[in-house]
Write a protein that binds this ligand. Sequence first.
Ligand code: PXP
Length: 236
Amino acid sequence: MPVLGVNIDHVATLREARKTYEPDPICAAALAELGGADGITIHLREDRRHIQERDLRILGQTVATRLNLELACDQEILQIACEVLPDQATLVPERREEITTEGGLDVLGNRGVVQRAIQRLKHAGITVSLFLAPDLEQIEVAAEVGAQAVELHTGQYALAKGDDQRRHLDTLVEAGLRIRQLGMALHAGHGLNYQNVVPVARMADMHELNIGHSIMARAILVGMERAVREMKQLIG
Ligand code: PXP
C-alpha cells in the first residue's frame, strides 16, 4: 500500500486570503496525521503566496510522521531547507504566474542546476525526489543526477476521461517501471482525487502519493480527519 502525503498548502492559502492567523496549517497537519496521513507535504514558494517560512520551521519540529518539502532550485529556499532539514525534498518547477505547479521539472534542460541542488540537499541528509512528467528521457537524467525518487506528474491523467485516461495511465505505468529499474523510488501526485486515485495507487511498486486539493476540498465539507481517513481507505 502506498504511503499518503497530505499537501496542506491550501490551508495556508485560506489564511493568506485574510492575512490572518487562521486556519493554521500546523493544526491542519496534526489533524491530517490523526486521520492517518503518513506524511505532510508543503511547498515553500519563492513568492510565499501560501506557506510561510514560519510554517515550515514549526512543522519541522511538530510533524510526527514525515515532512516533504516541495521547492524550486532557488538558492534562498535551498538554504532554508538545509536549515530546517525536512525528511524529503521534492524539486519542482516554479513560475510566479501559475495557479499551481504546471508540468514537471525540466531536468534535461537544467541538468547542472538540478544536480547541484540535489547534491546540496543530500549532503544535508535530506532524501531528494524530482517531480517529473512521465517522460522517459527526463527519468534517465534524473537517475544520472542522483535523484533517489521520482514523483510522476499525474495531472494529465487526472484531467483526461475514458480511453484517453487509460492511455495516460499506460504512460504512467511505463514510466513507473523505468523509475524502478533505475533504482529510484516511485511517487505520484497532482490532480488525484477520490474518483481517479485507485488505478494510480495500484501501480506496481507505487511508494508514495502526494494529494492536496481534493482532500482539502473534502475536508472543508466533512472535516480533515475523515477526509484523510477516506483517502487512506481508497489507496489501500
Ligand atoms: N505533488 C506536487 C509536486 C505538487 O506540486 C502538488 C501541488 O502542490 C501536488 C503533488 C498535489 O496536487 P493536488 O493539490 O492537485 O493534489
